[in-house]
Design a protein around this ligand. Structure first.
Ligand code: THG
Length: 368
């Protein structure tokens, strides 16, 4: 099924909006109260560019939440169960955020810009309000705001060549999630080695929203000889790579342990953080659910509209969040949260899809 989404002034536009319209965007989703492209009408070509070439994505909807002031570090650490004690300027870290019940409410990348300045590059939930409330209630001396910063991702095996042509040799030497400020034709940017795919690449954070079209065109021009084209966070590739998508892969009450993010939780650190007591209890009790990959039998499935129930025999043992037909594996691959009582080699699993009941087999992730 496909519907139109109305474009109006109420929902925010990315600084790259005009450029994406010109490039032929054909579908949007709403992410952090902003339109975000999800299609340019050629899914096979978009997937192929990401796997074999290079692709450019408007991901400005990955909004930044800035923490700035004497207590900025205290707040950053209080917001995440990850241990930030060895965090240095210029580094980025993946920092899941939990509420007081220990449930995941976002999974940002945190960028340390200065000792007293951090950005949380957030997934789709209102961390600006959350962080402002926490800072206020804790009487932390810190300003929490949304800066003028909008990521443009360059992803795929040829991304490094494009970024090298644009900036020189240094971006290729960045470690994963590390970043540096730069200028491109006078446009202020920050370049990070990151991006929501496993094909490698960079994110250029535009630091002046009035220059969105100029930055888009500069990247398109440099990428031309590598056949760069527009794309979006790719549904199929991210399922194949088992990259976590907040909102799609978790339930409202999933702990990090239940969605494969337990390795980022440090219960033994001295620092206090939101959800610590609940996560301690959850760790002691042991998770009730776990995230698994599933391969679903039968012909190609379309992306599901709703989470789908997973059964073992007649008993429902979990929910499948997403399924995609992998062009490389020629199989339906899916991510699901299922009961920890079900072993990896369980043989009688099924998923009730809109095109019938399909046999399912637990498979290790990433699928590729
Ligand atoms: N880039 C930026 N902001 C973002 C995202 C992004 N905000 C929203 C969303 N994506 C945040 N979620 C993720 C999830 C996974 C990864 C990055 C952001 C990721 N994970 C790697 C993995 O799982 O293999 C590496 C994790 C690690 O090394 O710690 O890259 O994409 N700006």
């Amino acid at each position: 099924m496909s519907f139109q989404i109305s474009i109006g002034p109420r929902v925010r536009k990315s600084p790259f909006y005009d450029a994406t319209v010109k490039a032929g965007v054909s579908g949007f989703t709403i992410y952090n109260h902003m339109y975000m492209p999800v299609s340019y009408g050629a899914p096979e070509a978009e997937y192929d560019r990401l796997i074999n070439g290079v692709s450019m994505w408007d991901v400005a909807a990955e909004r930044q939440v800035e923490l700035k002031g004497p207590d900025a570090f205290k707040l950053a650490q209080y917001l995440t169960p990850r241990n930030l004690s060895k965090f240095v300027v210029g580094q980025g870290k993946y920092v899941p955020i939990c509420n007081h019940d220990g449930h995941v409410i976002n999974d940002p990348i945190c960028l340390k810009l200065a000792e007293d300045r951090y950005w949380l590059s957030i997934a789709d939930s209102d961390i600006l309000l959350w962080a402002q409330a926490v800072a206020g209630e804790k009487k932390f001396d810190v300003d929490v705001s949304e800066p003028d910063a909008s990521p443009l991702a360059i992803q795929g095996p040829k991304a490094e060549q494009v970024v090298t042509d644009l900036f020189g040799a240094w971006p290729a030497k960045l470690n994963y999630f590390w970043f540096r400020r730069a200028r491109l034709d006078g446009i202020p940017v920050l370049v990070a080695r990151s991006g929501w795919s496993k094909q490698g690449g960079f994110e250029i954070y535009l630091l002046d929203a009035s220059k969105g079209t100029a930055l888009w065109n500069a990247v398109a021009k440099a990428g031309k000889k590598y056949n760069i084209g527009p794309g979006c966070p790719n549904y199929i590739e991210r399922v194949e790579s088992a990259l976590f998508s907040y909102g799609a892969d978790n339930a409202v009450d999933s702990t990090p342990y239940e969605v494969g993010l337990g390795k980022y939780v440090d219960l033994n650190q001295r620092a206090a953080f939101i959800g610590k007591a609940a996560l301690k209890a959850a760790a002691e009790a042991g998770p009730k659910r776990r995230m698994v990959g599933l391969v679903l039998a039968g012909r190609a499935l379309k992306p599901n509209e709703h989470p789908l129930p997973v059964y073992k025999g007649k008993r429902q043992i979990g929910m499948m969040g997403v399924v995609a037909f992998s062009p490389r594996l020629k199989k339906n691959v899916a991510l699901a949260q299922i009961s920890t009582s079900v072993p990896d080699d369980a043989s009688d699993l099924t998923v009730e899809t809109s095109s019938g009941v399909r046999k399912a087999q637990i498979t290790q992730t990433p699928f590729i």
